[in-house]
Design a protein around this ligand. Structure first.
Ligand SMILES: Nc1ncnc2c1ncn2[C@@H]1O[C@H](COP(=O)(O)OP(=O)(O)O)[C@@H](O)[C@H]1O
Ligand SMILES: [Mg+2]
Length: 276
């Protein structure tokens, strides 16, 4: 029997749910023998920047892929702006206002910088089905200048750019959409310190505008504490820590990871210790 006050099936848990633009409960996902996610509960408030941390293979990218409609969870439920959310595809999620920068970027190597920026939302000369290349180039230049990333030529194929430049293009594309929820899977991965700082500045500007809510996977704790309002850490397929960044520190985050490492070492020892 349901407890009094237990939410009805299909309704979000009432606590602060109205502030949440996105909320997931009890998400689980397996790939054959691998359990990527066991029981993830996560929420994102309007205008918030949430930093997501976790070891390699912790399931961070899997969670992002579930949120953006690329993969379906095995268990659990999701809510978007308080309504049940079951995206059928990435396009479906995008139509509902969720844009994603994937860890393994989705740029098309052979296409130019500006064509990549307008992928799937190409400007055309209406009513003719002709690409408005000049307009796209102009808008692409403005978009990249706004981010402050130096990409000298926007008509070269992206295959010729550095990892950081490619990442910047992917971020620019997302930021220039109408999305109000942005998911960034390791947006600083291929970047040097200077480029990374530019992306974090951009996130700070977006935050000030207050239009979008962001989940961002990061590795550097200093970046998390600087750029995010709140931090969640995934361990063993569930959220092991969920705190406002103002209430945590590099030391606390490091301790959690060190302890996880010690547990993993112990488990390895037990596995390999000779039987007595
Ligand atoms: N498509 C897939 N098929 C099989 N295993 C997968 C797939 N995607 C992820 N995994 C596995 O799920 C676990 C979590 O992966 P991932 O979400 O990429 O972790 P993270 O992004 O935190 O490094 C890993 O063990 C990974 O090998
Ligand atoms: Mg990943």
């Amino acid at each position: 029997m349901a407890e009094p006050g237990t939410p009805l099936q299909g309704a979000p848990t009432p606590s602060a749910a109205s502030e949440d633009v996105l909320r997931v409960e009890h998400i689980g996902k397996r790939f054959g023998p691998v359990t990527a996610l066991k029981d993830v509960n996560l929420h994102l408030k309007k205008g918030e920047v949430l930093g997501l941390l976790g070891d390699n293979g912790a399931g961070k990218s899997t969670l992002i892929k579930i949120l953006c409609g690329f993969q379906k969870p095995d268990t659990g439920r999701m809510f978007l702006r308080g309504e049940p959310y079951e995206p059928k595809s990435v396009d479906d999620a995008r139509a509902k206002g969720i844009e994603t920068v994937y860890q393994d970027l989705a740029l098309i190597d052979e296409l130019s910088v500006f064509h990549n920026l307008f992928l799937r939302k190409e400007r055309v000369h209406k009513p003719l089905p002709l690409l408005a290349n000049r307009q796209m180039k102009r808008e692409a230049r403005t978009a990249l200048d706004e981010i402050g990333i130096n990409i000298p030529r926007i008509d070269v194929a992206v295959a010729r750019l550095s990892g950081g430049q490619r990442q910047a293009i992917a971020v620019a594309r997302t930021v220039n959409s109408d999305a109000d929820i942005i998911l960034l899977d390791e947006p600083l991965a291929a970047m040097g310190a200077k480029e990374g700082a530019m992306i974090l500045d951009l996130v700070a500007r977006l935050k000030e505008e207050g239009r979008v809510s962001i989940i961002m996977i990061l590795h550097n704790y200093v970046h998390v504490l600087e750029a995010c309002d709140r931090v969640s850490m995934i361990q063993d397929g569930a959220i092991a820590l969920d705190k406002p960044t103002a209430e945590t520190s590099v030391e606390e985050l490091t301790d959690i990871v060190v302890n996880e490492y010690k547990r993993a070492r112990m488990a390895n020892h037990e596995d390999t210790a000779p039987a007595t």
